[in-house]
Design a protein around this ligand. Sequence first.
Ligand SMILES: Cc1cc2nc3c(=O)[nH]c(=O)nc-3n(C[C@H](O)[C@H](O)[C@H](O)COP(=O)(O)OP(=O)(O)OC[C@H]3O[C@@H](n4cnc5c(N)ncnc54)[C@H](O)[C@@H]3O)c2cc1C
Length: 395
Amino acid sequence: MKPYEDPELFENTSIAFSYRTDAELRQARWLFKLIENPSIVTFGKKILPLADKLHIPYHWIVKKTIFRQFCGGETMQESLPTIERLYQFGVKSILDYSVEGKDSEDDFEHTCLKIIEIIRFSKDKPAIPFAVFKMTGIGRFALLEKVSKQCPLTANELKEWERVQSRVNSICAEAALCNLPVMIDAEESWIQPAIDTLAEEMMWKYNTDKPVVYTTLQMYRHDRFEYLKTLLLRARELNRKIGVKIVRGAYMEKERERARQLGYTDPIQPDKASSDRDYDYALRLVVDNLHQFGLVAGTHNEESCRVLMRAMADYNVHNDDPRVYFSQLYGMSDHLSFNLAALRYNVVKYVPFGPVHDVLPYLIRRAEENTSVAGQTGRELSLINKELKRRNLIE
Ligand SMILES: Cc1cc2nc3c(=O)[nH]c(=O)nc-3n(C[C@H](O)[C@H](O)[C@H](O)COP(=O)(O)OP(=O)(O)OC[C@H]3O[C@@H](n4cnc5c(N)ncnc54)[C@H](O)[C@@H]3O)c2cc1C
């Protein structure tokens, strides 16, 4: 039986949690049980910003609990032990500077310099094969929206846009210089045209003999499979490589709500099955044309991982081919990451870092998607319980 046909493939919890001590596993169980309750998460979402305003010290408790589960540390240096630990088990990392909600030109400049610092820090470290950034970290959302709509810009906005372009170029130039590929995250559809334009410009500039710049495609959008085919044609014409991270997409409710309110066609697929179908089509198309691509499959979906494994086998791509990576978030879906790594597939985890206060929005999102309502917790908890039982730590 091929590994991807094995129904038990991702059930091996001894591999999945090999890097976790008994105490850490117990704590993870406690945490997932806690955030399973949506009322607790809603309460935390309200109380933490309030504690912030009232200067009540909450930093230490967050750091010892949810931060520890989902983040590497407050700085790159502090995240290194986590990164090295994952790497001992064949799982690599991407340092994800997860500071959000900063919106001034100074903040954008600071974030741009931080990303460049991350690229320099990561270069020559085999445990950190990529860097990543979000366009809204280095440019104003409303500006990206205006550019996306092709609205005329004022003289000031034109200068502001030039600064965004220059920041993107500095990051990608540094990535090329350091030989460290950089991924550009995908965001809301109404700012994505500006992001796509910049990402394409950078790919065609820097991806000459190998993918340095990676764009992201959200397959919950019904137009993205066509867009992938267009990118492929364009790359062939220009004799360039495409770097692509394929995800399903993180903003579904917001997208649907906006489309409904403003009365335009919903950019999201009609149902989950359609997103799944296009996700799998995209993986197969990329693997079928791998000479033209670098691929990162960002997913916590077991079936999609199997689809990619199967596609690689069908097209005779080695498990550890450097052009293909599976990717999950730190603190989630270790059953995928570690079991894939044990089979010598390339696996890389986003390891978020940043001051506790600044990564709170990221942590709240992780907690929200792990409530019993959103559904992921059941899977995480049952795997943790299985491993604790195997280690004779619970009945
Ligand atoms: C390493 C990594 C990087 C990521 N980078 C980005 C990024 O740059 N931009 C971004 O937007 N997201 C990003 N994500 C998040 C990703 O898009 C998904 O939200 C998340 O991974 C859940 O999808 P899944 O494939 O893991 O699993 P699944 O649980 O199988 O899929 C859930 C997803 O399916 C889609 N979906 C659910 N219900 C429906 C429905 N009724 N109709 C249509 N579609 C539906 C939604 O996209 C939902 O998030 C990233 C995720 C990972 C792991």
